[in-house]
Design a binder for this molecule. Sequence first.
Ligand SMILES: Nc1nc2c(ncn2[C@@H]2O[C@H](COP(=O)(O)OP(=O)(O)OP(=O)(O)O)[C@@H](O)[C@H]2O)c(=O)[nH]1
Ligand SMILES: [Mg+2]
Length: 378
Amino acid sequence: MFTAFSGMQKDKKTRYTFGSQTALTTAVGDKADLNIVPVTVSSAETTNKPLFSLPVVRPKVDQGDTEISASAQPGFATGGSSTETWNKPFPFSAIQPKLESQWREVEWTEEKKTSLMKTVSSYRPNCEEVTQARVLLLGPISSGKSSFISSVQSVFSGRVTNRAMVGSSSTGFTKKLQSFNIRGQKGEDPTGLVLCDIMGLGDGDWTGPNLHDILSVIKGHVPVGHKFSPDQPVSSDTMGYVKRPSLKDKIHCVAFVVDASKILNYPKGLTTTFQQLREHISDLGVHQVALLTHIDKVSPETAKDTSKVYKSRTVQDMMSKAGALLGMSTSYIVPVKNYSSELDLDMNTDVLLLSAVDHILQYADLYFQDNTPPKIML
Ligand SMILES: Nc1nc2c(ncn2[C@@H]2O[C@H](COP(=O)(O)OP(=O)(O)OP(=O)(O)O)[C@@H](O)[C@H]2O)c(=O)[nH]1
Ligand SMILES: [Mg+2]
C-alpha cells in the first residue's frame, strides 16, 4: 500500500486521517487498507497550513525506472518526542532514478526460496547444550516485531497467518514476553529457531520495558508470559523468576526492528536508547542485527514487487539512516516486508523474509561459537 503526497492543483482537496496521522493526498492507493477517513478541506486551509513543502510529484507512482525518494524535510528531521511525531506520514520529495543493478545480490526464484526454507528448517544451534536459538526482537512500538514473527511463520505454514498478535496501538500492542517456536512445514519437526516478542520501546526515557527488564530477559531470568510494568521492575520476587538461567534460557541474538517509514521522525532520544541497549547487550556477548520493516511504504516499486528492494535508492538511503539511528554498520541490517494486509503469500516477499531469518541465524551461531567450551581431545 502506498499513498503519494502530491502537489496541490485543485481548489478542493481530500485530507485523509489515520490515527494521529494526517496526510494530503490525491486518490492513489487503497484507502481501505489504512482505514483512512476522507475529510474534505478547502484550499485556503491547505494554503495556510502546508503539511509539507514539496515539489509537485505526480500521483502516479509506478514511473518506470524512477521512484519517489525521501529526504529530511525541515520539520521532519529527527526530533519531537511523542509517538504522534513518529506516526507522521513518510515525506517524499524528489524523483530519483532507480539503481541499475541490485546493491545486494539476491536470487528471486522458487529454488532460492526452497533452499532458504531448508536451511532454516534444518538449522540446529552449533552447541550440545541447546536445541533452539532464542532471538529477541526489540524495537519501537508498532515497528513490526509481531508482524515479522507472524510473517515468518506464514512462510512455513504456506498461508498468511497472524500467529503473534499484530495490532496498532500508540501505547504498544504487545505487553508480555512471548516466545514463538517457529514450526517447519506440515509434518516437519519444529525449526531450531524461537522468536521472542516483547513490549515495544516507548517514546520517552524508557517508557516501555526498562533497560534493566530488557537485560533480565536477555540473561534468561524472565519467564515467558511476564507482563512488564514500569512500577514493578523484574526482580527475584517476580513470579517465575529464573534464578540461575542455563544457556537454553538466555537470548542468543537480538534483532532490532525499525520502521523505514518512520526513520526520519523517530525521536532523538531513541538514538541514545539504542546506544545504551547496544553497549549493555554487547557486554553480555550477544550479537545484534537489525530488520528494517515497512519498506513497501517508502518505495512504491518495492510495494509492487518486493524483488525491487535492492534497486531502490530510497530503501538504500533508509538503510543508512537506520544504521545511524542504531549505531550499526548497514551490513548488519536487512530490509523486510512483512505481510500486513495481504491474504496470499508472495514468493519474493518470502525470499526476503527467509533471507532475514538466515541472516539472524548466522549471528546467533556466533554466540554459540563464543559460548561453547572447546571440546577436549583425548
Ligand atoms: N505496510 C506494512 N505494514 C507493516 C509492516 N510491518 C508491520 N506492519 C503493520 O504495522 C502495524 C504494527 O505492527 P506490529 O507487528 O503489531 O508492530 P509491533 O512492533 O509488534 O508493535 P507493538 O507490539 O505495539 O510494540 C500493524 O498494522 C502491521 O500490519 C510492513 O513491513 N509493511
Ligand atoms: Mg507486537
